[in-house]
Design a protein around this ligand. Sequence first.
Ligand code: PEP
Ligand code: MG
Length: 361
Amino acid sequence: QPELSGDFGTLMVWADAKRRLKVRTNAETPLDCRTAREFGAEGIGLCRTEHMFFEQSRITAVRQMILASDEAGRRAALAKLLPEQRSDFVEIFEVMAGLPCTIRLLDPPLHEFLPHEESEFAEVAAAAGLDVETLKRRAAELHEFNPMLGHRGCRLGVTYPEIYEIQARAIFEAAIEVAEKTGAAPVPEVMIPLVATKRELELMKAVVDAAAEAVFADKGRRIEYLVGTMIELPRAALMAGQIAEVGAFFSFGTNDLTQTTLGVSRDDAARFLTTYVEKGIYPKDPFVSLDVEGVGELIAIAAERGRATRPDIKLGICGEHGGDPASIAFCEATGLDYVSASPYRVPIARLAAAQAALKSQ
Ligand code: PEP
Ligand code: MG
């Protein structure tokens, strides 16, 4: 692994000798993965696959998938996306060279994928062989008043399982390709977003397991993998004991967990939170530094209940707080296994993890 050089590099070596928490990265491009590894990331804690779908060359097929009115229509669009998803994962697995990679299945706020411009509707119409009026009607049907609390995360996978099936296929096909090419078998950790109930995770895990078995039979080779979940809703944190019966790992999505615990929109909070901090209502911006008494309490409950069911459950954090030193101290105290931060925050996370470990001695 390339090391940071000079005094900074030395400091990092000292930090690594003291820290207990692993440090992973939030990344979905090979470039970000490379940068993060140069900064010392020990795996991917969150690969947001919806970001891959925003690319210009794919967005029309993604819109075709979302606007399709039946499974056959969705599968036709997904067939266009499968080869590109597979090559995304091949590149990422190659860069990460056997380090753990948590890949989250699609979690799109649907409104971000819907076409708006006339030209966008025309492109989807041409791709899908449908007329613009039909597509506009479908887009209107899909409109949501509150998309961040709407048909996103695993709710999409529950209604349209073929989306998660194809993504899982791409992950396993890529992992086997890389295992055969490099001799180092990737260990994908397939993560289900926005889970609130054990049953959701059961249903989605069954889809992932079936896709894995189909690929293994096809390729004549098996690889190890895990299926786990984001904990980013208060209900999931409270029901962690049940959810851990199905999921092998939890990753705390503190962006959504803060939003849903405080009832404050993560996209609109800036309008009044500064005043709230000035008036001492919250000691710090809770979207930057964990609200230890509120959101933190839910994390502690989930960690305890998850471990009671599954003592070896892997616990990490992948919200923005994973790169914030004060929040990292909380993660150390709560006994999480890793924090995951954006590539440029990996060094600060290594340092903060060491400081937290020293303090807790
Ligand atoms: C989160 O909610 O904290 C999270 C990591 O997921 P996203 O930011 O993609 O919603
Ligand atoms: Mg989230």
